[in-house]
Design a protein around this ligand. Structure first.
Ligand code: HEM
Ligand code: SF4
Ligand code: SF4
Length: 388
């Protein structure tokens, strides 16, 4: 039975969605050009229009159950092809924000994703709190006189083991928060009927899809701009490498010891940094190469993560360069700046912002593959990786 026949029209849905960004596909006359243009579909499906139609028709439950917005990789080809300037790419972007808010049980994501002021405020608040923590640590914990704060360098090692606990907290808390939503997403996106009928074996059999999408992001490879996938893959790999090093090898990585160039402590750090910067370069150049108007609706909530990631990497790299150049105090101050930038990125972006897609996207593709394996309705089934 089609899900939508069970749903009642909710006249407030459209207004709810528009709180998360531009959603104005009313000029759409269902010509299907977007579907024909999108690399993710064949001619039998209504992707990307289906979830947009749900929204226009006020079908809240089917929309929340829809995983299609997570399949879209934001290339913008559909918006270029649209003869009515209905901007399906932007609609999908807004729907992703709307869905992210539904997935969050804390109620914080809706506030942050609806209001740029709250979003900016939360980043500034966490950054300020981090700064005060650093200040308080030096003044009261290390008992450093205030006059020496900007004149006297301390070795990095004075921070251990406190710094280890801090790093573990700011990385693992948002990660656990994200993972705590998995069950809720499953309940929201799979109907009661599906939950009852899809056998557990289908979830086990398709688990490889989850791993594959998390590690290789292979669906993105269908984007005609190949550099985009490669750049993003390098960026994600570099970020995961950095996080893993910080969680498991902080004391080894953040030290005053000077190592020769061939030591893994150095080249692993350079490799991760290089991958992230290469990926970010690809993203920014890709945007410049693309037709500018398709990116005109970019919201602060989408830009904050790439910007914070670049600033985190650059401040860490600068601290490293100054340490090796023998400027202890500059290194120390840059390291403090690095922490002040990285903390809001981890706590706000990973928990509630754009970065949450690292869990939502592979999870959506996994659930689609599970549905398809169990022979349930096949929304955008053609895009499920194992079927293409
Ligand atoms: C540590 C992990 C990850 C990091 C650091 C990361 C980083 C990013 C960044 C910075 C962007 C923004 C690009 C832009 O503004 O144009 C982005 C976009 C994207 N990411 Fe990731 N990502 C990660 C994991 C994943 C995973 C696991 C998937 C897919 C299965 C994925 C799929 C995408 C897609 C399709 C986009 C383009 C659409 C959009 O901007 O929402 N990412 N990613
Ligand atoms: S191309 Fe534009 S007008 Fe045509 S179906 Fe897609 S969104 Fe609607
Ligand atoms: S923006 Fe999304 S829906 Fe549009 S063509 Fe690209 S992948 Fe398809």
């Amino acid at each position: 039975m089609a899900v939508e026949t069970l749903s009642v029209c909710d006249p407030t849905l459209l207004a709810d969605i528009r709180r998360y960004g531009k959603f104005d596909p009313t000029g759409c006359y269902q010509c299907g050009s977007c579907t024909l243009t999108c690399d993710l579909v064949d001619d039998t499906v209504t992707f990307p229009r289906r979830s947009i139609r749900y929204a226009l028709l006020g079908l809240r439950q089917p929309l929340v159950q829809s995983l299609d917005p997570w399949v879209c990789h934001d290339c913008g080809e559909c918006s270029i092809a649209c003869p009515r300037q209905a901007e399906p790419r932007i609609s999908m972007l807004t729907l992703r924000r709307f869905l992210s808010a539904q997935y969050d049980w804390t109620g914080i994501a809706p506030t942050l994703l609806q209001s740029t002021a709250w979003y900016v405020g939360s980043l500034i608040f966490v950054a300020a709190l981090t700064f005060l923590l650093i200040l308080g640590y030096h003044l009261w914990y290390v008992k450093m006189p205030a006059t020496q704060l900007v004149t006297t360098p301390l070795g990095l090692e004075h921070m251990f083991p406190l710094m280890t606990y801090y790093t573990l907290t700011v990385i693992l808390v948002p990660l656990l928060l994200l993972l705590s939503r998995v069950l809720r997403i499953w309940r929201l996106t799979m109907s009661a009927e599906e939950r009852a009928h899809i056998p557990f074996s289908a979830y086990v059999a398709e688990f490889g899809t989850y791993v594959d999408q998390s590690v290789t992001h292979s669906l993105m490879r269908k984007c005609p701009d190949r550099g985009r996938w490669l750049g993003h893959w390098g960026l994600a790999l570099g970020t995961v490498m950095m996080l893993t090093i910080k969680v498991f090898g902080l004391k080894w990585f953040q030290t005053d010891n000077l190592y020769p160039f061939y030591n893994p402590q150095r080249w692993l750090g350079y490799l991760a940094t290089g991958l992230i910067l290469y990926g970010m370069g690809e993203i920014f150049l890709g945007r410049l190469r693309a037709q500018k108007e398709i990116y005109k609706e970019t919201r602060f909530q989408d830009l904050a993560f790439p910007i914070l990631l670049v600033l985190t990497v650059l401040s860490g790299l600068a601290a490293h360069i100054f340490r090796y150049a023998g400027f202890g105090l500059t290194c120390h101050l840059l390291y403090a700046l690095h922490i002040v930038i990285a903390t809001p990125m981890l706590l706000v972006e990973m928990s509630f912002g754009k970065w949450a897609h690292m869990v939502y996207r592979p999870l959506a593709l996994y659930f689609l593959a599970v549905r398809q394996r169990a022979g349930r309705q096949a929304p955008a089934a053609e895009v499920v990786p194992h079927a293409v």
